[in-house]
Design a protein around this ligand. Sequence first.
Ligand code: IMP
Length: 194
Amino acid sequence: MDLVFATNNKHKLEEITHIIGNQYHIISLHEIGCFDEIPETEETLEGNALLKARYVHSRFHCHCFADDTGLEIEALNGEPGVYSARYAGEQCSFEDNIVKVLQKMEGKTNRKALFRTVIALIIHEKEFLFEGSIKGTIIENKKGISGFGYDPIFIPVGYSETFAEMGNDLKNQISHRALATQKLTQFLQSAISY
Ligand code: IMP
């Protein structure tokens, strides 16, 4: 069965294709001829994931899913949250976002944070949500060079290295996105056996 992933991020496509295996044929937006900038105008991860999945479903009439991820920092009242990609401005880099977070965290003793991914699936005209999250702490200076985004400043609970120090192999087993993806995969695999 074909399943459209509302992304053109090659890394995400490979990751999910690897996990789901060949029971589903995962297709990117470009492969279905969708070159639109899909809006992410909701104020929650759930809202944005659903918005993207509904956008693709309503225009292309296909089974599809979309994801949205945010870093929620307790001492910043959940920021950057749904604005994680553009925390330091519309055209900002990962580095700009890290600088902004570290500045706002100066002097804060509560360094607790949560990475959260929500996946919205629309299949056979029904909507489903899957969530994965991982708790951790925000350190004061960047460490490590692998991964992306906020990886150099986030140490997951139970580990002594940042996501950027531990490397992608371990990160992809324990991360928020891996957990949400596993839930999606389990659902799809049980759905296929009916
Ligand atoms: P997206 O919804 O997957 O595009 O993620 C939104 C933003 O959250 C990204 O632009 C990154 O800044 C941040 N982000 C998402 N996943 C990760 C991760 O695994 N590590 C670090 N930052 C992430």
